[in-house]
Design a protein around this ligand. Structure first.
Ligand SMILES: [Zn+2]
Length: 383
């Protein structure tokens, strides 16, 4: 209550008061969840296909197919993670060229209580001109192209014994079979999108890939995992140029490094929820809330949600002043705007305590999203 009094007396923005009102309805559930979910302890890496299932065979100019490139990228990704974050456990669904059933992959993930699941694949298409990397989250898309990719990947099921029995009659190539996916709730959509977004960013940054964007599709393998899950299509093996790139050590390294950097950002955003709370300097809250998006100024905001369709009118936002922005077809929701990170930290903490447990800080420079590390450096330079 002393905090309420303090904020009231310091006559801060009305947004704060509204936030504070909802803080009074703190749900202990949310709080205890948050305590458990702020570390990236385990990651499951799932190299697509394997053994008798080669996946996409590309232009057939090489002897390495989708299963081989997916495995190679996966192992490199795992190495990057283990070397940089020895405390994070890396589990592979397969570490060599073996055939693995789709439900075995999800079983491994669920059994290990992983914090994230990353399935790695390469794309293929009838038109050899198609190129670029895509990141998918689970969901029913209205786009036929997305359904086609999912059908192709899910077709691995045909190579399994008794697949009709095991998958309750699910037929990977029949459109009717996908109706059930539209009824499925993707509990981890928000976090999955967040991770997907980080990967997408890094593909452009590190691997200089054309990004085909973040998409939603009914992939079986990420539909049954009980954790934020993404499926990465590293590029098209049916495109000769892209295939050349993906066959090289350099290409595979760049792709793996991009996904690693994304995982790192995701880890930091998760973990900052707990560590940054200690850095709050409440004295700085006074008069520091600024909404002016001046040029050459670093502006911090709290991102609280991302979605593929607008959720601006969602009930969970009804007591908060939320800003909606559409970036690369993704709807993003921000709260607050300030040049002072401690102000935004305070807002973030409050949001987390009110159920927005994935809230994290983002920085902008001249309206463009930058990393919070770059933001800090820019601020140092300017002072
Ligand atoms: Zn695949």
């Amino acid at each position: 209550m002393s905090k309420l009094a303090f904020l009231y007396l310091s006559n801060v923005n009305v947004r704060y008061i509204i936030l504070l009102i909802i803080f009074m309805f703190i749900s202990f559930d949310f709080y205890s969840n948050e305590l458990n979910s702020n570390k990236l302890r385990t990651i499951v890496i799932d190299p697509g296909h394997g053994g008798k299932d080669p996946g996409t065979m590309g232009t057939k100019r090489y002897t390495k197919y989708e299963k081989d490139i997916a495995l190679s990228v996966s192992l490199k990704l795992g190495d990057y993670i283990s070397n940089s974050f020895p405390e994070t456990k890396v589990i592979y669904t397969r570490k060599n060229d073996v055939f693995l059933e789709l439900n075995e992959r999800t079983r491994i993930a669920n059994k290990s209580n992983a914090d994230i699941f990353v399935s790695i694949h390469c794309d293929g298409f009838t038109n050899s001109k198609a190129y670029g990397a895509s990141v998918f989250v689970m969901g029913m898309s209205k786009l036929k192209a997305n359904l086609d990719v999912a059908m192709r990947e899910n077709a691995a099921i045909y190579l399994e014994d008794n697949y009709k029995q095991k998958y309750d009659g699910f037929d990977p190539k029949s459109a009717e079979s996908y109706i059930v996916f539209s009824l499925m709730q993707n509990t981890y959509l928000d976090q999955s999108l967040q991770l997907a977004e980080f990967v997408e960013e890094q593909f452009a940054y590190i691997a200089n890939r054309k990004s085909r964007g973040i998409k939603q599709a009914p992939f079986y393998v990420i539909s049954r995992t009980n954790m934020p899950s993404i499926l990465v299509e590293c590029g098209f093996l049916t495109n000769p140029k892209e295939e050349d790139y993906l066959q090289t050590e350099k290409g595979q390294n760049q792709i793996a490094l991009s996904i690693f950097e994304a995982v790192k950002n995701y880890k930091l955003s998760l973990e900052s929820s707990s560590t940054e709370n200690n850095l709050i300097d409440s004295n700085n809250i006074n008069n520091k809330i600024e909404n002016n998006l001046n040029h050459n100024k670093v502006i911090y905001k709290v991102q609280i949600a991302t979605n593929l369709i607008s959720i601006l009118n969602d009930r969970k936002f009804e007591d908060i002043k939320v800003e909606e922005k559409i970036v690369n077809g993704i709807y993003k929701y921000y709260v607050g705007a300030s040049m002072d990170k401690s102000v935004i930290n305070e807002i973030k903490t409050n949001l987390i305590n009110n159920g927005f447990k994935d809230a994290f800080i983002v920085a902008f420079y001249n309206g463009k999203r930058i990393s919070t590390k770059d933001a800090l450096n820019l601020q140092k330079q300017n002072n």
